[in-house]
Ligand binder design. Structure first.
Ligand code: URA
Length: 478
């Protein structure tokens, strides 16, 4: 009996080296015992410990279809996976068309394993939920996940692409992966750690999940097969599911009992003030009237796809006003400006510049979220000049009512709204401009610009310059 010890649970390269050597030596499948070194990945033996070295001078052709099947099978938890792959390799000599025989027992087993692994990878993409690590600098996110098969290594690049600008760790019992914005690093698995369970993002996600849950479309069996119960314990929204299911029947009955409604106008949140020119053209005297008017605003078409209009918030007679571009995805759901990822950067930079956010008034050039759907996501779209111009009505009234002495324009769209014309951001940043009415304006970049910079050094420099601009604006108040 030949004993082969592979370096790790998914050591396909080691299996290929050993299998090639054994095959060329003519060692039959039932004479080989495949095992995995206990140290898994670290301190594991190299392939010399397998005792199998492929003769360098003899060729063995392995069909690419077997290699690609093996990539999936090697990640399956079955202890038989490597033996099964070797059996396929062995049989291919006499049965060159073996891989096409889907009814063959070995082929069917291998295909089922590869399918289960692909499904586990898909589940990981769908069910990993990141939580912000409290107080971590730089901002860091962590997720705990228990994959049914060993899919962390093959799935991690998806998260690195999707969340390129975040620092994150995905902890699992098999393997942990870490992304620092540049490279993925893997370390051995851990027992379930104390991953923070609640944070701001999570509560917005819960609100969102409950608001998109449609009782009339509830199919419990289909939902449970797509989102099996074993994933529920790590999903924040899972706590809502039993209650939503319980309430679904009553809500569906209530829906049926109601009179037929107009086709959806895609405005989930009802305006708090009458809609139309009578309201949107009425000059607001207070910030509450601005907020009500923004909710009812039809000055451009952006209201159609947004959840709600988001007016500014902050000190009613603030001496400093910060103007952003438009609400993002989270702001649109929560109805407050700068509470999402760009808001986090802004908050951090304000603190570094010694500017208390609560003393400022924070608003946006455009009050509705402009976006386009991409799958289940809503991707930000830059508002056009027409939309900025239409929305200046509200910004001008906010400026009149709050009466700031200094206005900071965060990025090009904000500068366009504050000055009424395009301004070159990099050339004008950090210095004061006199505005009509006696206030001064300082232009700087938008915090999202900092998040998008791919290079860590450039990011750190751009962040420092951003803090300097905010501090320069604050100094004008002295
Ligand atoms: N970006 C903005 O410009 N404003 C917000 O409120 C959020 C993100």
């Amino acid at each position: 009996m030949r004993i082969v010890e592979l370096a790790g649970e998914t050591d396909l390269a080691g299996w290929r080296r050993a299998a090639r050597g054994l095959r060329l030596e003519g060692v039959a499948p039932d004479e080989v015992c495949w095992s995995v070194a206990r140290a898994d990945l670290f301190g594991a033996p190299d392939h010399a410990a397998t005792g199998v070295a492929a003769p360098a001078d003899r060729a063995l052709t392995v069909p690419p279809a077997l290699i690609s099947l093996a990539e999936g099978v090697a990640c399956h938890r079955s202890p038989e996976r490597f033996a099964l792959l070797y059996r396929l390799l062995w049989r291919l000599r006499d049965e060159p068309r073996l891989l096409e025989l889907r009814t063959d027992g070995d082929i069917a087993a291998a295909l089922a394993m590869a399918k289960a692994v692909a499904r586990a990878s898909h589940k990981m993409k769908a069910f990993v939920r990141f939580r912000r690590v409290d107080g971590a600098r730089p901002e860091t996110f962590v997720a705990w996940f228990e994959p049914p098969h060993r899919v962390v290594e093959r799935t991690a690049p998806f998260f690195a692409r999707r969340f390129a600008n975040l620092r994150f760790s995905i902890l699992t019992p098999d393997l942990c992966c870490f992304w620092d914005g540049r490279a993925l690093r893997f370390e051995p698995g851990v027992a379930k750690p104390d991953v923070p369970t609640v944070d701001d993002l999570e509560s917005y996600w819960l609100t969102y999940y409950a608001s998109i849950f449609n009782p009339a479309r509830l199919k419990v069996a289909a939902m449970q097969s797509e989102m099996p119960k074993r994933y529920w314990r790590n999903l924040p929204e899972a706590t809502l599911i039993p209650g939503l299911i319980d309430g679904a029947r009553q809500r569906s009955e209530a829906m049926m009992a109601n009179e037929a409604s107009e086709p959806a106008r895609r405005l989930p949140a009802r305006p708090t003030a009458p809609v139309g020119p009578a309201n949107e053209n009425r000059t607001p005297d207070t910030l509450d009237e601005v907020a009500a008017g923004v909710m009812a605003c039809r000055r451009c078409d952006l209201w159609r796809d947004a959840t709600r209009g988001v007016a500014g918030e902050g000190a009613g007679r603030a001496r400093l006003m910060l103007v952003g571009e438009q609400p993002g995805d989270l702001e649109d759901l929560a109805g407050r400006p700068f509470i999402g990822p760009a808001g986090q950067v802004l908050d951090r930079a304000l603190a570094a510049a010694g500017v208390p956010r609560q003393d400022a008034y924070v608003t946006n050039a455009v009050k509705h979220f402009k976006h386009e759907p991409r799958g289940k996501r809503r991707l930000h779209k830059t508002p056009g000049t027409g939309e900025v111009t239409a929305c200046r009505w509200w910004l001008d009234h906010e400026r009149r009512i709050v009466g700031p002495r200094v206005i900071v324009a965060l990025g090009g769209t904000a500068a366009l709204a504050v000055f009424g014309r395009p301004m070159p951001i990099m050339k004008s940043r950090g210095r004061p401009f006199a505005l009509d009415g006696g206030a001064q304006a300082v232009i700087t970049v938008h915090p999202s610009f900092l998040r998008r910079l791919p290079d860590e050094r450039a990011k750190a420099e751009a962040y420092r310059a951003f803090v300097d601009d905010l501090a320069a604006a604050h100094a004008l108040l002295a």
